[in-house]
Design a protein around this ligand. Structure first.
Ligand code: PLP
Length: 351
C-alpha cells in the first residue's frame, strides 16, 4: 500500500477527530435562522467567553468573519488601516472594496508588524476631501510573515493610539490560539484591545469548518445584519458547531506539539546549504524557507516534492511555507527533511 502524502501545505487540511465525529452525530439541532440551533448557541457562548467578548456568531469561514467585521465597522467611502500583508489585504479577493466600498491604507512590512508611526501617518485629517479612517485591522498570528506573534506591546501601543482617536480595532485572529499557546497570555488578554475578533476553528484547532466573529452587543447587532447580507446564516448547523466546540475545548493545548515540530524542522532545515531559514522567526506552527540561487523557484520545488510524497505550498516566487498541524507528526517531519535535502542535492548546492 502506498504511503499517504505528508501534507504541510496548511493547518486547514486536518480531518475531524473521532471525538468530533461522535459529537457531530449526537448534536442537538434546530433552525438557527428561524428560532435557533442549541448547539450553535452553545458554541457561540463558549467561544465568546474564551475570547472575553459579549457574544459571537458562528459563520462558515474566516474570510466571512473578517468581512462581517469590516461591514459592521464602516460605511462605503471609509478607509481602513491594515497590515500590508494581512489576509484581509492579500487573500480576500478585494472584498473590502468589492463588498463594502472601502479604501485600504496598508502599513508595515513582510515582518508582519504595524509600526505605530506608520499608522499615525496613515490617519486621515478631518477634512472634506479625505476619506474617514474608520478601522485599524491587525492579524494574530501573522500568516504571510510566517506565523509570527505580533508582540503585545505593539498591540497595546496601537490600542492607545486608536482609543485617543476614537477608531475601533478589529483582530483577524484566525490563528489566535497559536499566539495564546506561544505567548502564555490568555485569549482574553489578546482580545481586550479589540472591538471585534475573528477566530478560525478550522485551522490548527482542527474543526472541519467554521469561524467565530465576536464582539460587544452593539457590534453584534450590526454583525448580524452583515451575516444575513453575506448569506452566512446556516440552518441545522449544530453538527458543525459541535465539531467546532470540540476543536476549541480540546485543540488549544495540543498546538504546543505543532510548535515543537515547526521549531525542530526550522533548526534542521537551517543547516541545509541553499535553504534560507530564520529559526528565531518560528514562533508557532509555520516555517518559511527561502530557496537561494541557483536552486529552482518555489513552484518547481513544490511540484517535485509532491512527487516525493511531501506537500508544501509556495508562498512567493522563491519562498516555501511549511505548516505543522495535528495530522503531521515527527515521521512526516523526517520525510520532509529527507525530501528537501535530496531535492537541494539534486539541483546542486549553491556556493
Ligand atoms: C490570517 C487568516 N485570516 C483569515 C483566513 C481565512 O479563513 P478561511 O479560509 O476560512 O476563509 C485565513 C486563511 O488561511 C488566514 O490565514
Amino acid at each position: 500500500m502506498t504511503q499517504p502524502p505528508s501534507d504541510f501545505r496548511s493547518d486547514t487540511v486536518t480531518r475531524p477527530t473521532p471525538a468530533m465525529l461522535e459529537a457531530m452525530v449526537a448534536a442537538e439541532v434546530g433552525d438557527d435562522v428561524l428560532d435557533g440551533d442549541p448547539s450553535v448557541g452553545r458554541l457561540e457562548r463558549i467561544a465568546a467567553d474564551w475570547l472575553g467578548k459579549d457574544g459571537g456568531l458562528f459563520v462558515p469561514s474566516g474570510t466571512m468573519a473578517n468581512q462581517i467585521a469590516l461591514g459592521a465597522h464602516t460605511r462605503p467611502g471609509d478607509e481602513i488601516v491594515v497590515q500590508r500583508f494581512a489576509h484581509v489585504t492579500t487573500f480576500e479577493a478585494g472584498s473590502a472594496g468589492a463588498l463594502h466600498g472601502l479604501q485600504s491604507m496598508t502599513v508595515g512590512s513582510l515582518e508582519g508588524s504595524m509600526p505605530l508611526e506608520e499608522v499615525r501617518a496613515a490617519l486621515r485629517p478631518d477634512f472634506i476631501h479625505c476619506p474617514r479612517t474608520r478601522l485599524i485591522c491587525m492579524e494574530q498570528t501573522h500568516n504571510v510573515a510566517g506565523g509570527v506573534v505580533v508582540p503585545m506591546e505593539e498591540v497595546q501601543a496601537l490600542a492607545r493610539f486608536a482609543q485617543e482617536h476614537g477608531i475601533p480595532m478589529h483582530l483577524d485572529g484566525a490563528r489566535l490560539a497559536n499566539a495564546v499557546v506561544a505567548s502564555g497570555l490568555s485569549a482574553r488578554a489578546w482580545c481586550a484591545p479589540f472591538e471585534s475578533v475573528s477566530l478560525c476553528l478550522s485551522k490548527g484547532l482542527g474543526a472541519p469548518v467554521g469561524s467565530i466573529i465576536a464582539g460587544s452587543e452593539s457590534f453584534l447587532e450590526r454583525a448580524r445584519l452583515w451575516r444575513k447580507r453575506l448569506g452566512g446564516w446556516m440552518r441545522q448547523a449544530g453538527g458543525l458547531a459541535e465539531a467546532g466546540r470540540i476543536a476549541l475545548q480540546q485543540g488549544v493545548e495540543r498546538l504546543e506539539e505543532d510548535h515543537r515540530l515547526a521549531t525542530t524542522l526550522a533548526a534542521r532545515l537551517a543547516a541545509v546549504p541553499g535553504l534560507g531559514v530564520a529559526p528565531e522567526r518560528v514562533h508557532t506552527n509555520m516555517v518559511m524557507v527561502e530557496l537561494q540561487e541557483p536552486l529552482p523557484a518555489a513552484a518547481q520545488a513544490s511540484a517535485e516534492l509532491e512527487a516525493a510524497g511531501v506537500r508544501i505550498s509556495p508562498m512567493g516566487p522563491r519562498r516555501l511555507r511549511i505548516v505543522t498541524h495535528r495530522d503531521v507528526g515527527p515521521n512526516d517531519g523526517e520525510r520532509l527533511i529527507e525530501a528537501l535535502q535530496s531535492w537541494v542535492q539534486r539541483h546542486g548546492s549553491p556556493v
